[in-house]
Design a protein around this ligand. Structure first.
Ligand SMILES: C[S@@+](CC[C@H](N)C(=O)[O-])C[C@H]1O[C@@H](n2cnc3c(N)ncnc32)[C@H](O)[C@@H]1O
Length: 345
């Protein structure tokens, strides 16, 4: 999934930090999970705790991290004759979707030209509504269990970015149709790794959760600028929640107050980070950050050395050019940083 700050291209570097500094560990906590790229990568090695304050990330965590296989959908099959819901959704014809009553078409009514917005074409928006309503209907009838529910929501959320008419985030939609948005939405199964562990996912503020958990490796990947994720991914958040919210403005953001991260606030980021590190009951702390983030490198170093073993502190610099494609000039200055510190707990 395209996501600001996704660490898909940094996985090997994180692994190298672990190899350099950690002899043995059983558990790994990804406390700012986002797309779960990091949690899922390390699922093959450790028992995972994942977390994010956004609901759509929580759904993906439940679907990919807590599940240990693609669910069987046995009860759904017994009750409806549908063996494979993904195939069913991909093959259902438009006439069937058109049977959905107007009140149940949140995406079409709000995110398509019918609702004067262009996040999705009318037909993709209606298809998303059809799928989202069916998942809820099956869940309420107990045709699918929790694992199956989150798996299907995850499959839908993973498919949506491929037909979204946006330039990167849902902060705004394009005024002309991007080619990708004109494709029909297509759902695909997701590879689920079985690590034979009881992995757990949370949907909490990191600083609340940290007081309730403990383990070996804590991986910290907070936002590093003032762009709130809840505003940039509001469409995915609403499709995950499907709670019929009131929307406002041209971009159709949710009207109710959004979850705001203190890590996006220049004045509060360092204090919030300090609280997190102070309360962390993990033996090893690894953090990703940008060299141009709201907290300075020296602030991060001071905090990690204050609560961790100062001698173990290390900082790794990864050229941004390798991590992301950027123009040469900005790439020379910008670096992705990885920090390590050991903590006596
Ligand atoms: C840089 S992104 C993480 C990206 C993730 N590592 C990935 O590869 O997709 C930061 C994430 O932190 C979440 N977040 C921000 N503040 C938070 C907080 N106080 N508690 C929990 N999650 C938070 C955001 O919703 C966002 O998904």
């Amino acid at each position: 999934m395209r996501y600001i700050g996704c660490k898909k291209l940094l996985l090997k570097d994180i692994e190298k930090v672990i190899e350099d500094n950690i002899e043995s560990a059983e558990s790994f906590c990804d406390i700012f999970s986002g797309t779960v790229s990091v949690a899922n990568y390390f699922k093959s090695k450790y028992k995972i705790i994942s977390n994010d304050m956004l609901s759509f990330s929580y759904c993906i965590q439940k679907g990919i991290i807590e599940n240990s296989e693609i669910p069987s959908f046995e009860i759904l099959n017994k009750n409806t004759g549908i063996k494979n819901p993904i195939e069913y959704f991909n093959s259902v014809d438009n006439k069937e979707c058109e049977k959905l009553s107007k009140e149940k078409r949140f995406c079409q009514n709000n995110y398509s030209p019918m609702g004067n917005r262009m996040y999705f074409t009318d037909s993709n928006a209606l298809r998303i509504d059809f799928i989202r309503n069916k998942i809820d209907e099956w869940y309420h009838k107990a045709f699918i269990n929790d694992s199956e529910y989150y798996y299907l929501i995850t499959v839908l959320l993973e498919a949506i970015p491929f037909v979204s008419n946006i330039a990167g985030t849902y902060g705004a939609f394009n005024k002309r149709w991007d080619k990708r948005a004109l494709n029909n939405i297509e759902l695909n199964d997701i590879l689920i790794f079985d690590n034979h562990q009881n992995n757990t996912s949370y949907n909490e503020d990191s600083n609340d959760l940290i007081t309730q958990i403990s383990g070996d490796i804590l991986y910290i990947d907070p936002p590093y600028n003032n762009r709130q994720y809840s505003l940039n991914y509001h469409v995915l958040e609403t499709i995950a929640l499907y709670d019929n919210p009131k929307l406002k403005g041209i971009t159709g953001r949710r009207e109710q107050k959004q979850k705001k991260s203190l890590y996006c606030n220049k004045l509060k980021a360092a204090k919030t980070f300090e609280e997190l590190i102070n309360n962390a009951k993990f033996k090893h702390i690894i953090m990703s950050y940008s060299s141009e983030g709201l907290m300075t490198t020296s602030e991060i170093e001071r905090i990690l050395k204050k609560y961790g073993d100062a001698e173990s502190y290390k900082m790794y610099e990864i050229p941004y050019r390798r991590f992301k494609s950027q123009s040469k000039d900005s790439a020379n200055q910008l670096k992705e940083l990885l920090f390590y510190v050991r903590k006596d707990v």
